[in-house]
Design a protein around this ligand. Sequence first.
Ligand SMILES: C=C(O[C@@H]1C=C(C(=O)O)C=C[C@H]1O)C(=O)O
Length: 157
Amino acid sequence: EGALDPLVGSAAERVVLSDQVAAAKWGTGSPIEDPEREQQVLDGVAARAVELGLDPEEAKRVFRDQIEASKLVQRGLHAHWSAHPDEQPTERPDLGEIRPELDRLGEAILVVLRDTDDLREGASCPGLLVSAYAHSAHDLDALHQTALGRAVPLICS
Ligand SMILES: C=C(O[C@@H]1C=C(C(=O)O)C=C[C@H]1O)C(=O)O
């Protein structure tokens, strides 16, 4: 497995978990975008980055992309479900149970960001990133591949 596979794999897990977020919000009138929760996520990321010895601004930049990727999935699924009512979710997951899972994935992403700090500055990073993307995207449909592409462009610093 390549050196960036764990990092891109965790970003892919976050993108896939966003399906549950989309289902939690579907039919409730809750907007996909929740700026207050985004700010909480980013504040938590910055604080944890400092503890881990990561540049908090860099960590926040990476997580702004994770958030955009999640909203891309949610918007894509809501559009799909509007057009294909037979594929709408039949159960509504509890957002309050999904967000702690997003937080756990966020922690995993921060730890692997720290573990790959030197590697991500090196000349080999773009090649490793493409290879990790290919491995993770293999199992994803087009929407989730697009979202994963949105999630990882700032990984090589
Ligand atoms: C994932 C959610 O949807 C959006 C994306 C967020 C994220 O990726 O962390 C946070 C808030 C929302 O703007 C959510 O509401 O939890």
